[in-house]
Design a protein around this ligand. Sequence first.
Ligand SMILES: C[S@@+](CC[C@H](N)C(=O)[O-])C[C@H]1O[C@@H](n2cnc3c(N)ncnc32)[C@H](O)[C@@H]1O
Length: 294
Amino acid sequence: MTDDAEHETQAPQDAIDAASEQRQRGRDQRVYEHTAGDVQDGIPFVGAGPGDPGLLTVTGRDLVADADLVVHAGSLVNSELLEEYCADAETVSSVGKDLEELIPLMRDAHEDGRTVVRLHSGDPAIYGAALEQMDALEQEGVPTYIVPGVTSAFAAAATLRTQLTLNGTANHVAFTRPQGNTLDAEDDHVSEFVEMGDVTTCIYLGTHAIPDVMERLLEDGHDPDTPVTVVYHASWPDEDVIEGTIETIGERVEAAGYRASALVVIGEAGAGANYDRSYLYGDWANRGESEADD
Ligand SMILES: C[S@@+](CC[C@H](N)C(=O)[O-])C[C@H]1O[C@@H](n2cnc3c(N)ncnc32)[C@H](O)[C@@H]1O
């Protein structure tokens, strides 16, 4: 095989289809050989966390510190983090690059013996489009794995000094996104989550659409006084918190001028209000050691 033939890139869509097919036949053995957090062979897909460099995991920090090439998620990854932990590495933003460009970039660097890290914002498992890159690289013979990070909903909860689940208020959490260019109206479930009542609905990728989302919730008959909190740039120096309700939040966010990088939290838990004391530190505290999760 010539060098050129060796480096011909498999079309990413073919690679994704092949990986899906393989997965249906059975799990990759590495699932059983490693635990999350293990440093493995190949290119790690590292969750950079929400922004503050201190919210990168220790393993993530060690990996970027050791990298020759860091391919990162552009403005969603705080440049302070790159300056602090990998000042000597080549850094490339993935913004505006398609898979056809990204995959050979990472593959070639890996094959040249360079240490490559793919840095995603928050956690790669949430709206990260990580798997398609991993599948395409794996099909090219480049091993990959995930190093988790702090997703922005958790940073928002920390900012708000609350929990996303609260006894008697929110037994469930939905990570969701609203309809738009990449999600059809029939796949938008925001209203259904809000309808359930005891769900904290965390909306990603919807900052620009907050007035529209709230309008639809009003049209669907939801209580206009339902609390909604918007956390812009959670954990960044310019972090901002905007409080409101389904009725008021759209106007407030528009007035603030935010069109991206905010997390929308719908429900009482976002406000830390009206919850009941937990069983864990109540009557159950003295029941002794238990295997049960709850
Ligand atoms: C492409 S998604 C990536 C999400 C990321 N994987 C995560 O786990 O947070 C980008 C969306 O995440 C949210 N987001 C990312 N960073 C944020 C931050 N620091 N504060 C608030 N929301 C953030 C925004 O809703 C933004 O539109």
